[in-house]
Design a protein around this ligand. Sequence first.
Ligand SMILES: [Zn+2]
Length: 665
Amino acid sequence: MTQPLSRRDFMKAGLGAASLVALGTRPGFVQKSFGKTETARKILILGFDGMDPRLTSRWIQEGKLPAFRRLMAQGGFRSLATSVPPQSPVAWSNFIAGTNPGGHGIFDFIHRDPKTYIPEFSASATEEATKTIRIGNTIFPIKGGKVRNLRRGKAFWQVLEEHDIPATIFKIPANYPPVATRQRTISGMGTPDILGTYGRFRYYTTEPKEIREDIGGGEVRQVYVIGDRIEAKLPGPVNTFKKDRPTAEIDFRVYLDPRNPVAKIVIQDHEFLLREKEWSGWKRIRFSLIPTQSVSGICMFYLKEIRPNFRLYVSPVNIDPGDAALPISTPKSYAEQLDKKFGPFFTKGLPADTSALDNDVLDEGEFLQQDGFVLEESRVMLDHELGRFDSGLLFYYISSTDQRQHMFWRLLDEKHPAYDAALAKSYGGVIEKTYMEADAILNQVMGRIDKNTLLLIMSDHGFNPYYRSFNLNTWLRQSGYLQLTNEFKQEDLDIGFPSTDWSRTKAYGIGLNGLYINQKGREANGIIDQGADTDNLVREIARKLEEFTDPKTGDRVVLRAYVAKDVYTGPYLSLAPDIVLGFNRGYRISFSSPLGRVPKAVLEDNLSKWSGDHMGAAEILPGILLANQAVKADSPALYDLTATIMDVFGIEQPKNMIGTSIFKE
Ligand SMILES: [Zn+2]
């Protein structure tokens, strides 16, 4: 039994340094000579996270995406049915395992432990210290278990391996830590920073400001200029070797030029000059724990302002690919080889710092500079992988399409509550330009492939505006399904249902789309009998959710309340939420509700910069599919692509996979 964590506890907690070190090497990653046979056909899959079919076809028609248009002429353009719910870890897992979530066990970013009602990260678990993760713009506590990937079902590249077909899997989401294989793989979304979190920036300034904790992901530190010099500390992981478990820290100094807008930063063996508004590039640093143990990380500095107020941004400290403290690649040497060739590169799961933008620590232009580094790095490494792609399968992932749609939707859409006409003048075209950059990448790829290569372009889901936030637990309370012990503690900021009266609560929401019945024999304090009582309650709540309308707009908030057993099949169905909410266009779960909080209002305007999203009904959020060979399937789904891979390589489809090749009628 774990006590619900206080907000302060989970903000402070970090991944134990001991486990970082212990997990530095994993067994089972022996590289043998493998995959020497050349396959007759090759498959190249480019995954553009979140690329939306409506926007893609609009800009194809307007002539803005010429490479997409050419590919469409070769093989067609389809909407690609996404997962229920259309969250990235769920959707990519459908593709990886070739099943729906009932076959791989990932139903949401967040699951809960029914014995404690505490939210837990669904995709991987870590041993020892309690730690935090950041999902989108929310911080969640997680606990328990060695670092292990919680996705079940075999990954398609493991099946290929059994048939001696080589594969390179570059940053596919929901593969952290990477599952054991002799294939070349590197983890993407889900990979933590050196603290074990989803990424915490540091902001050093003489004029401190509040960071909105809900959308956390960062820390502000006040500094003082004394004689044109600043002394500061960069915090690292918790040092579990020491008794009081202090945070490992690195001292650094900044020397300000007395006349010019230039500063010199001295940290460990680095000494570099930065002009105002200049980025440093990656710096490798090392946190020492005890004389024989240290952890290496990489970070970037951005000197935002020298005078009148000093402002310095330091990126989340990424795992050093050249000396990874946690497993990020198979074989381990894959990340090291890339590091040798290209120097340090982004290893943290979603690399662009959306939280820094949401907190006004980076402005729109600065955020785009940083994400520009991400995209450029992706392009360069793609070129490298294309250069040696001579057999089997190459999967390559691009994150910028997703991240920029999340942050810039408000400037594309005048109806958005956070629309800003002045900013829209400069940044209203960011999403369109990003699609054009995707087109340039596709063009680069099309110029490099031979006639034996099947090219598939896919996205995991599409995009919608996020106008209004829904507090599911508040709705459940107002509808009489959730009861509080103390009405006055309703807005208590602690997570994990601190003032919920479980003896009178019938249902609760955890995660971004999940609703659970408080079932006897499953939940610690369950009150609803399993079987008919639960089934009836599920149908009743699902119906009421689908009927509920927003008093402000008259629109329905929940387009589809999916009953788990109607939409999932497979051995892990029992892990599913009882109801999965598919929101209507414009709606999304709030940032509070997924953690088990019960704010006052059921619905609120979304004023944050995180303004586009994809938590809606799967029917309204398909992704895209294009191929250089005629697609026969009318309405293909993510798991059909897995079946296609098996089909093209002539492998009998494993029993747990449920799809059909897109080239079959
Ligand atoms: Zn997304």
